[in-house]
Design a protein around this ligand. Sequence first.
Ligand code: DC
Length: 223
Amino acid sequence: MGFVVAIDGPAGSGKGTITKLVAEKRNLVAIDTGAMYRCITLDCLNNNIKPTDIDGINKILDKIKIELKLENGEQKFFLNDKDVGSQIRTKKIDDYVSLFAAIKEVRDKVTPMQQKMGDNQNIIMEGRDIGTVVFPNADVKIFLDCSAEERARRRFIQNQKEGIQTSYEEILNNVIERERINSTRDIAPFVKADDAIVVDSTNMSIDEVVETILKIIDEKLEK
Ligand code: DC
């Protein structure tokens, strides 16, 4: 196994951005596991399969092809040979993905794929169950926390920039409900690993979070 950094945290904690920056600075391959659940959700919805239809989901999982390719340092996700980078970031996928990600069959498909990615390369993998289930023996485990109010505030500002009309209250309820589904599911719930180091990004800039995580990684590398 290569060197593995696991980063778990809720949506809006800055995980994606921070993972990419840390990866660049320490020459690690960044892997966004949420995108894999998003690909499965997209494939199911495109085929009119609901999260309650386990037979339908199994048929999709039997023939699904999810690939992560690095192009000029950018992670690109291909679903059944198509680049689905923007299609997996729509509101519809946001609304459904936590329901599909709670299904055992879906996680049984994705988890071994993620474990394989750590076989022969040094990685930083972000998600919800990386330090608890995917890599319980990761070299470094970070739990990137952030208050729901701050996460909602960040999303609200982002939406305003993109001209999307939603109230702050609506976003706040939404971020709380989504992570409630992720945290209370039976399989691989989103919880802090006992040995994870908590970094709370609520009142920190992106640079401050990156510096904090780099220090934690470097301490481990020096040992
Ligand atoms: O990080 P994200 O918002 O792109 O994740 C999308 C969904 O997938 C979210 O509902 C949480 C879920 N997820 C998960 O259950 N386990 C992971 N390792 C990563 C994401």
